[in-house]
Design a protein around this ligand. Structure first.
Ligand SMILES: [Zn+2]
Ligand SMILES: [Zn+2]
Length: 355
């Protein structure tokens, strides 16, 4: 017997999200059933549902920054029990046998991981549905434990924005004293500033707008560079060990490569298209610089970033909304009018608001 669920779904690329009744699957032996308390609102939700990437499926309930409470577990579940407070991020399954999966890097699964929404389930081929809903059923391997004492509302975005910035900083070995540039001050960028600072790096935030300078310093950036000011950019020549590039739209990365020391690394986490303008080979070759990319993080590392954030008192700056405000929130997010993440209070799906 599947369980009735309700959520907000997109039924096409053009229609607003609307209340939708659907079903969650019957628990398999390794499944955990979760009552959703909060769900962060990620740019990917909007891009997927509006079919900006040409991969949309409908209806789709978006949402992959899920925090909730365990309400039931399957017979083989060992890690979680009813009442545990848990999180689910961007992935809900993978092949579990390739070398990436065996290394806890499920995001690089050779067969492709199963996305939290809009992916066919590996067992029954039904489409997965995400966290803008009252419940979700997920295999325990893809569930993380929320650390004791962490603020659950503002921790939800760690499950996507946090892990996406933490994973490359960790992988490429950012250490105390390193000079790290963070490009962009959105949901990802502001988490990058906090995480790199907590790792002991000297952090410089690059922003296009003068108006974000004071705010970036409040977030913990040691320095701020206005990237549209050529003299400020020139003054940064060969300064940085790492550049974490969170900008999801086209931008010229050559001036940022020039700001890296020899052997410095530029890490893309936002841009998926062919780079335009093109990268000058000379900007890499003459200083042995590295151009790299990184995608979210694996399950062990997702647990790790939650512990790291709890230990260092890091949370995401969030604006809470009720579920019936989601369409307005998407419009505002598209205009960049959010500091820095909307989070849905799912209690609003139960009351009169949801009718
Ligand atoms: Zn996301
Ligand atoms: Zn795999």
């Amino acid at each position: 017997m599947s369980t009735p669920a309700r959520g907000y779904a997109a039924h096409s690329a053009e229609t607003p999200l609307a209340l939708w009744n659907f079903e969650r699957r019957t628990l398999r032996a390794d499944d955990v059933s979760i009552e959703i308390l909060y769900c962060g609102v990620c740019h990917s939700d909007l891009h997927f549902a509006r079919d900006d990437w040409g991969m949309a499926t409908y209806p789709v309930v978006p949402g992959h920054e899920i925090v909730g409470r365990v309400t039931a577990v399957g017979s083989d579940v060992v890690t979680f029990k009813t009442g545990d407070v848990v999180g689910v991020g961007c992935m809900v399954d993978s092949c579990r046998q390739c070398s990436s999966c065996n290394s806890g890097l499920e995001q690089y699964c050779a067969e492709g991981f199963t996305m939290t929404y809009g992916s066919p389930d590996r067992h029954d081929n039904t489409l997965t549905q995400g966290g803008y809903s009252d419940s979700v059923v997920v295999s325990e391997r893809f569930v993380v434990r929320m650390p004791e004492g962490i603020d659950l509302k503002s921790a939800a975005p760690i499950l996507c924005a946090g892990i996406t910035t933490y994973s490359p900083l960790k992988h490429y070995g950012v250490k105390p004293g390193d000079k790290v540039g963070i490009i962009g001050m959105g949901g990802l960028g502001h988490m990058g500033v906090k995480l790199a600072s907590a790792m002991g790096a000297e952090v410089t935030l690059f922003t296009r707008s003068e108006s974000k300078v004071a705010e970036a310093k409040r977030q913990g950036a040691d320095h701020v560079v206005v990237s549209t000011d050529e003299s400020q950019m020139a003054a940064m020549t060969e300064t940085f060990d790492f550049m974490l590039d969170t900008v999801p739209v086209q931008h010229d990365i050559n001036p940022y490569l020039n700001a890296l020391k020899p052997d410095g690394t530029h890490i893309l986490v936002g841009l998926l298209e062919p780079l335009d303008p093109a990268v000058s080979g000379a900007n890499l070759v003459f200083r042995r610089r590295v151009l790299a990319g990184s995608l979210i993080g694996g399950m062990p590392e997702t647990q790790e970033v939650l512990e790291f954030c709890a230990e260092h008192g890091i949370t995401c700056d969030v604006e809470m909304i009720n579920i019936d405000q989601i369409n307005e929130a998407w419009d505002r997010m598209q205009k960049g009018d959010v500091r820095y993440r909307f989070v849905i209070d799912m209690a609003s799906l139960k009351g009169d608001n949801a009718a």
